[in-house]
Design a protein around this ligand. Structure first.
Ligand code: PSV
Ligand code: MN
Length: 417
C-alpha cells in the first residue's frame, strides 16, 4: 500500500504524468533534455556531523543506529548517495572526525562510493577558545587556532579536498569586553597566514552568522564582513552562505545574486533556521525562499559553476539518514523549479515594467508539479524514483540500529545535577 504523501512520486504512475509534463514544458519553449541533464549533474555534499547524535544545549535524544565514528558516518553518507545519486562527497569536521591515517580513510570512503569534501576546522570547542580563537587577545591562543587551520590544510592535501570551510564562534558578550577594531585586525592577520599556506587549487570559504554563541558582538556577523575579508585575502577566498545564519526577513537571494556577480560566492550550507540556528531540514518551512535562491543560481549560469552546495544540519528528533535524504530531495525540488522558469518571458515582463506579470512567471514555475520530472530523472539514472520509499524498503535503518545500538548518556549542555 502506498503511504500518504507518496502519490506522484510512485514508480507505477510517474511515467504518464511525466509525458504530460514534458509535453507542456516543451510547448512552453523549454529544453526538457537539457533540464534533465542539469538535474542529473546536480551535486549536494552531506555533513559527517548530520549522521551522529547531536542536539541542543537542553537535550540530545539518542537515535537508534546513529553513526558512532567517522567510518559509520561515511557509510551513512554512502547510503544517501546510493539512494539519490547526488551526494558523492562528505564534509568533515576536525577534530570530531580525526583519524591517524587519512589516506586509509580516503580509500575507505572511495570503497563505499564517496569521497571526502570540505574540511571544517573546529575552532570553538577547546577550553582555550573561551574568549575566541583567531580574534582572541592572547597571541598564543591565536597561534593555536592558526596551527589547527594549517593542520586542516594538510589533511585536505591528503584527502584530496579542495575546500577549507571556516566558521568562527568568535565574539564578545559585553560592551567593552575587547577592542572591536583590534579583533578585526587579528582576524585578518590570522586568515592571511592560512591563506598563504593553501595550494593553488584550494579555496577558503568564509562563513558568517549574525548571532550566537556571542550575543553582544560577533566578529563575522554578516555577508558584507565576510566579503570584505575575502576581497582582502585574494581570489581563493570566497563567502559561504549558511541559509540559517540570517535575521528573519533577510533577502538571501539578493545576497546570492550580489556575491555571484562579484565572483565571491563560494558555497552554501543548506538548512532551515526555525530552530534558531541551522539544524532543521532545508526547504521544510520556506521552500519558496530556496527556490528563489536557486533561481539566482540558474540565472547566473556559468558564474555559478564552482559553487559548492553543502548541507549543514544536525538532526535531533528525526531519523538521521531519512532526514538527510529528505533534505537532498528538497534541494533537488528547488533546482527543478528554478530550471522550469521561463527566462525569456521573465526578461520580457521585466523589460516591460510588468510588475505582477514578471512575478507570475516565477510563481508559475514554483507551482509546477515537477515530481514526475524528478522521478523520471531518477529512473533514467537507474535509481528508485522515490528515494524515501527505497530507503524504507532497503531495511538499512533497522540494520544499522541492530549493529550499532542506541547511545546512552549523551545528555545535553546543561548540568543534570
Ligand atoms: C555554525 O553554526 C555552523 O553553521 C558552522 O558551519 C559549523 O561548522 C557548523 O554549524 C557546526 O554544526
Ligand atoms: Mn554552517
Amino acid at each position: 500500500m502506498r503511504e500518504a504523501g507518496q502519490k506522484g512520486a510512485d514508480v507505477a504512475d510517474h511515467s504518464q504524468a511525466y509525458t504530460l509534463l514534458a509535453g507542456q514544458l516543451a510547448d512552453g519553449g523549454l529544453d526538457v533534455e537539457a533540464i534533465k541533464r542539469a538535474l542529473k549533474a546536480q551535486r549536494v555534499e552531506t555533513p559527517s556531523w548530520g549522521y551522529s547524535d547531536s542536539g541542543t544545549r537542553f537535550k540530545t535524544f539518542p537515535w537508534p543506529g546513529a553513526a558512532r565514528d567517522v567510518r559509520e558516518k561515511l557509510a551513512d553518507a554512502a547510503m544517501v548517495h546510493k539512494l539519490t545519486g547526488t551526494c558523492p562527497s562528505v564534509a568533515l569536521h576536525i577534530p570530531w572526525d580525526m583519524v591517524d591515517d587519512w589516506a586509509e580513510l580516503k580509500a575507505y570512503g572511495e570503497s563505499l562510493g564517496v569521497h571526502i569534501g570540505a574540511i571544517n576546522p573546529n575552532l570553538f570547542q577547546d577550553e582555550v577558545y573561551r574568549l575566541g580563537s583567531v580574534c582572541h587577545h592572547d597571541p598564543a591562543v591565536r597561534r593555536r587556532a592558526i596551527e589547527h587551520m594549517l593542520e586542516c590544510v594538510e589533511i585536505a592535501g591528503v584527502t584530496g579536498s579542495t575546500l577549507l570551510s571556516l566558521w568562527f564562534a568568535d565574539g564578545t558578550n559585553y560592551a567593552g569586553q575587547d577592542s572591536l577594531s583590534e579583533r578585526k585586525h587579528r582576524l585578518l592577520e590570522s586568515l592571511r597566514e592560512v591563506y598563504a599556506a593553501m595550494p593553488a587549487e584550494m579555496r577558503m570559504l568564509i562563513e558568517y552568522k549574525f548571532f550566537e554563541p556571542a550575543f553582544y558582538q560577533t566578529d563575522l556577523p554578516d555577508w558584507g564582513t565576510a566579503y570584505a575579508l575575502a576581497l582582502k585575502l585574494g581570489p581563493q577566498a570566497q563567502v559561504l552562505v549558511d541559509t540559517g545564519h540570517h535575521a528573519q526577513g533577510t533577502n538571501i537571494e539578493q545576497i546570492v545574486a550580489f556575491l555571484l556577480d562579484e565572483g565571491k560566492l563560494g558555497g552554501f550550507h543548506f538548512n532551515a533556521r526555525k530552530y534558531a540556528d541551522d539544524d532543521l531540514i532545508v526547504g521544510t518551512v520556506n521552500p519558496f525562499e530556496l527556490f528563489l535562491i536557486y533561481n539566482e543560481l540558474v540565472a547566473a549560469s556559468e558564474a555559478a559553476r564552482d559553487v559548492a552546495y553543502m548541507i549543514d544540519q544536525s538532526h535531533n528528533i528525526e531519523p538521521k539518514v531519512e532526514a538527510m535524504v529528505q533534505s537532498v530531495l528538497n534541494v533537488q525540488m528547488a533546482y527543478a523549479h528554478a530550471l522550469v522558469v521561463d527566462r525569456r518571458a521573465l526578461a520580457e515582463r521585466q523589460a516591460a515594467g510588468d510588475v505582477l506579470g514578471a512575478h507570475r512567471v516565477l510563481t508559475d514555475a514554483f507551482e509546477t508539479d515537477v515530481r514526475p520530472l524528478l522521478a523520471q530523472v531518477r529512473a533514467e539514472m537507474g535509481l528508485h524514483p522515490d528515494p524515501i520509499a527505497a530507503l524504507k524498503e532497503s531495511g538499512y535503518e533497522q540494520k544499522v540500529a541492530a549493529e550499532r545500538g542506541t547511545a546512552t548518556g549523551v545528555g545535553g549542555g546543561f548540568p543534570t545535577t
